[in-house]
Design a binder for this molecule. Structure first.
Ligand SMILES: Cc1ncc(COP(=O)(O)O)c(C=O)c1O
Length: 485
């Protein structure tokens, strides 16, 4: 298999605003290191040749060579004869330990701790298993009792759903990737939000899509901005770019935590319906309603009943219950479900039965589980807001009424530097640009509030140390920062 080649142009755009107070080669090496660590450059990618890259950046070849040498010495690059410089993570990510001996705190994942009592649910599910042992166990569509339970849950939330409209998948990510593979052809356009959930746009890109983006912002009282979807751009992009798919998170958008108002949902649905664009609605974190005002139904409930194919909804228990319970689902019209089932076997042969039995049991308790999670999130959110206001009065921290993350404006385009510095203090946190494409969002940081108080305290301490070190070594070359989004 040939290695993934990162072109000089692609790497330049990923770098964003990379220059800092340190020498150019060290700043360049630092930024590439971050891109490798946070997954924006996959491991085993081939970096551009020194000559091409130095020409692209307008730097001397010795500077690029020195940056690559530093990355090689630190184990982030290896030279393969005939293949150039290949990216690596030294020792593997799991061996990272924090300064001071404690484990690295991983805030790159916005996810709640596993639901209490889950092992008991597994034991109960094991007792249900004999019912299925007479079957082949290869299950591309979902066991009937789980499909019925998922349909029931939609119905109880106000969206009439038949079990035949449900396909069970190995988590929501699998659902997104499968939909991308089945619905997109090479070069088709797909609309995404900006910022967005990175693994979704990676899946759409792997499906061959050309991405077009529409901005979603957090409210910013100091700038008098309400936040939310740029509706004009969203409607125009639907009309002009005619995307095959639009991937949206209208309830507690990840990472900004925003909710799309009901009247806006209706206008977006009408525009998508006119174009024949299918809206892929990701509701994986859509039920984390802490204290949102107003009543909202699942997005698909707002669709014109005469055009039911305009929405495809996806969900999972990855966030509500546990990331290790790899069960998600797709809600779509029957013909699309049939197409997805037919296409599935090229990549996998079905969702594990035991996990499906666990989720069938859990769905019966879902209202109580969600209520418990939302109480937890409310405490954590309030705690984080107080801590950030005390420690970082200069940051603009939007108040969110649901979801699991907040999208903080740092006031300066230093997110990558902050994320790198935080690593030295035991905190893994993705820089803002991880949630965009082309190096945007250098002023932003996604902060999850799904971790217990003690971990949040440690993370805020680490950020304070990292922020302090940044302020002591401010950016030298601000001219490079001016013109980026
Ligand atoms: C918005 C969103 N969609 C999908 C996923 C993936 O979910 P799953 O764990 O069910 O694959 C995540 C998980 O981070 C997410 O935040």
């Amino acid at each position: 298999m040939s290695a993934h080649q990162v072109s000089a142009r692609a790497l330049e755009s990923l770098l964003g605003e990379w220059r800092s107070g340190s020498s150019a080669y060290a700043a360049l090496a630092d930024r590439i290191r971050l891109l490798i660590l946070d997954g924006r450059i996959p491991t085993d990618s081939r970096l551009p040749a020194e000559r091409d890259f130095s020409t692209r950046l307008g730097l001397s070849r010795t500077t690029v060579a020195a940056a690559y040498r530093q990355l090689r010495d630190a184990g982030f690059l290896i030279s393969v004869r005939g293949s150039g410089s290949m990216t690596r993570i030294p020792g593997g990510a799991t061996t990272l330990t924090a300064v001071g001996g404690r484990g690295m705190l991983d805030f790159s994942k916005a996810t709640l701790p596993a639901l209490t009592g889950l092992a008991d649910v597994a034991e109960l599910a094991a007792r249900d298993l004999p019912r299925h042992l007479g079957e082949s166990g290869f299950d591309p569509v979902g066991i009937p009792e789980l499909r019925a339970a998922i349909a029931d849950r939609y119905r109880s939330r106000g969206l009439a759903t038949d079990p035949e409209q449900i396909m069970v998948t190995i988590g929501a990510q699998h659902a997104i990737a499968l939909l991308a593979r089945v619905m997109l052809g090479r070069g088709d356009r797909a609309l995404i939000e900006m910022p967005t959930y990175p693994h979704a746009y990676e899946a759409l890109r792997s499906g061959g899509a050309r991405l077009v983006s529409v901005s979603v912002s957090a409210p910013d009282a100091s700038a008098g901005e309400e936040g939310g979807w740029d509706e004009t751009a969203l409607l125009q992009t639907l009309q002009r770019s005619n995307p095959v798919l639009g991937y949206l998170m209208p309830d507690f958008h990840n990472p900004t935590g925003q909710t799309m108002p009901v009247d806006q949902r209706e206008r977006v649905l009408a525009a998508a319906g006119r174009q024949g664009t299918v809206l892929l609605i990701d509701e994986t974190i859509g039920e984390f309603n802490i204290d949102r005002a107003g009543e909202f139904l699942p997005f698909a409930a707002y669709a014109d009943p005469a055009m039911p194919g305009t929405t495809v909804s996806i969900g999972s228990v990855g966030k509500t219950v546990w990331g290790g319970l790899r069960v998600g689902w797709i809600r779509a019209e029957r013909p699309l479900i049939r197409k997805l089932v037919a296409a599935r076997s090229a990549n996998d042969l079905g969702t594990p039965i035991l996990e499906q039995l666990m989720v069938t049991r859990l769905l019966a308790d879902m209202p109580a589980i969600i209520a418990q999670r939302n109480a937890q999130l409310r405490t954590n959110r309030d705690h984080l807001e107080v801590a950030l206001a005390e420690r970082f009065p200069e940051w603009r921290v939007p108040h969110v009424d649901g979801g699991i993350t907040t999208w903080v404006n740092l006031g300066q385009p230093v997110s990558s530097q902050l994320a790198l510095a935080a690593r030295n203090h035991g905190l893994l946190i993705p820089a803002g640009p991880r949630f965009g494409i082309d190096g945007a969002f250098e002023r932003f940081l996604r902060l999850p509030f799904c971790y217990p108080a003690e971990e949040t305290e440690r993370a805020v301490d680490a950020l304070a140390l990292a922020w302090g070190s940044l302020l002591r070594h401010p950016l030298a070359d601000t001219g490079y920062l001016a013109d980026v989004v």
